[in-house]
Design a protein around this ligand. Structure first.
Ligand code: 5GP
Length: 118
């Protein structure tokens, strides 16, 4: 069981190494891995190790320093895997495409189409 009493999220199972993933960054509070269904040449998911926050609004209210760490990690990853420029997407709510309710950012980089938001 997770901190919330619910079943562990798929990302918690990746953190616990119960599900394999191509991890590109990890520290005490965050982990980042390649998305299983990439939507860009570089598509990495960055997520806190805690399950306490379902989405970025909860994270910003509950631990803004952790949100800042996540953004900094996204920037470093985009610099290591692409040219340092990136799109950072937080799907927030099922009607906005969120499927995993363990806050995470999509880092999209490496040759994105100009002028598009998705
Ligand atoms: P959301 O739709 O919640 O914004 O993003 C969830 C993301 O997690 C999706 O892009 C999906 O492809 C990715 N994902 C779901 N399950 C797995 C998995 O088991 N491994 C990896 N690497 N990514 C996953």
């Amino acid at each position: 069981m997770s901190e919330t009493g619910a079943a562990p999220s798929v990302f918690s199972r990746i953190i616990a190494r119960e599900i394999p993933a191509n991890v590109v960054f990890e520290d005490e509070r965050l982990i980042a891995f390649h998305d299983i269904a990439p939507k860009a040449p570089v598509h990495v998911v960055v997520t806190p190790k805690t399950e306490a926050y379902a989405d970025v609004v909860e994270l910003a209210a509950g631990d803004p320093a952790l949100l800042a760490e996540l953004v900094a990690a996204a920037s470093r990853i985009a610099g290591e895997l692409a040219d340092g420029q990136f799109r950072l997407v937080f799907n927030t709510g099922p009607n906005a495409g969120q499927t995993v309710f363990h806050v995470h950012a999509h880092v999209l980089a490496g040759g994105l189409e100009e002028g598009t938001l998705a």
